[in-house]
Design a protein around this ligand. Structure first.
Ligand code: C2E
Ligand code: CA
Ligand code: CA
Ligand code: CA
Length: 279
């Protein structure tokens, strides 16, 4: 028994290998995902808490690979960023989302806003603004119908560059939301100098509503700060009636989450938009 490696060491090595192999498989498959048409978008409705109407849809990327099956974005977006694959993916998402909304408009299905997630690397790439313009031009979608969601991390790590791109987007009429707000400790000083339209309260805070008074005061503070800065607030990850009622009572403008609607396929979203009031 003397020459045996400690069990936990062997376990560590094996799990490292499995991780590395999985990563490699994802990277290899991801390079062909677009061309093999394995990507799609689902759409999660966002609701105006005041009127109950649909205020927009958030486009979320889905990948169904022939060998690996369905892989959640959490597992492939980071790899896409590190390998540069995100540029093509991101451009595809932007164009597909804009085209879909325009298709709906042409069918007399109204939708006030489509939100698209943009990763930091994509956002600061020199081609980003022209890619957005291309997506808008080719689809014919009005810029005001597009919202771009970026995270706080981006604002902190690339503040100077980001501020300029935000100004240009704003000049174009595109709306900007800060995603996962509250998780990244952004400087409020900086926040109020940026041309943004909306804060999306991170799911972890919404979860906290059910926990207690202290957690609730954080959300209340975010809502009143946003209102003072003239920013709209969207609460993410609303899962319970209790959270929904709390947010409504505290005058949070919009909400999304499993309690209100799951992300929908294109066909489901079309059916949903036909039968639901939009604002
Ligand atoms: P996110 O932008 O914060 O998107 C919200 C995530 O929460 C989505 O997961 C959504 O399905 C999920 N969600 C919605 N309502 C609830 C709820 O009530 N409870 C819980 N527990 N979860 C809820 P999804 O689709 O797996 O996306 C995960 C993340 O991947 C996104 O987080 C976003 O950061 C990234 N992502 C997704 N699509 C894209 C994309 O097209 N481009 C980029 N760059 N990132 C994307
Ligand atoms: Ca988002
Ligand atoms: Ca604006
Ligand atoms: Ca989010």
């Amino acid at each position: 028994a003397k020459n045996r490696e400690p069990e936990n060491y062997r376990f560590y090595q094996e799990s490292m290998n499995t991780e590395a192999l999985k990563r490699l498989a994802i990277e290899t498959q991801l390079r062909h995902a677009l061309q093999r048409q394995e990507l799609s978008l689902v759409y999660q409705p966002q609701f105006d808490l005041n009127t109950g109407a649909v205020s927009g849809l958030e486009a979320l990327l889905r990948w169904d690979n022939q060998e690996l099956g369905q892989i959640p974005p959490k597992e492939f977006i980071l790899i896409a960023e590190e390998t540069g694959i995100i540029y093509d993916l991101g451009h595809w998402v932007m164009c597909t989302a804009c085209n879909q909304v325009k298709t709906w408009h042409n069918m007399d299905i109204e939708l006030p806003r489509i939100s698209v997630n943009v990763s930091p690397k994509e956002f600061i790439h020199p081609d980003f603004l022209s890619n957005v313009k291309t997506a808008l031009d080719e689809s014919g979608l009005e810029p005001g119908g597009l919202q771009i969601e970026i995270t706080e991390t981006l604002l902190m790590e690339h503040y100077e560059g980001t501020a300029k791109i935000l100004e240009e987007l704003s000049r174009m009429g595109v709306q900007i939301a800060i995603d996962d707000f509250g998780k990244g400790y952004s400087s409020l000083n900086r926040l109020h100098t940026l041309t943004i339209d909306c804060l999306k309260i991170d799911r972890s805070f919404v979860n906290g509503i059910s926990v207690g008074f202290k957690e609730q005061s954080v959300i209340k503070a975010i809502i009143s700060m946003a209102s003072a800065m003239n920013l709209k607030v969207i609460a993410e990850g609303v899962e319970t009636e209790n959270q929904f009622t709390f947010l409504k009572d505290k005058h949070c403008q919009e909400a999304q989450g499993y309690r209100l609607s799951l992300p929908l396929t294109t066909e489901q979203a079309e059916y949903f938009l036909r039968k639901t009031k939009t604002s």
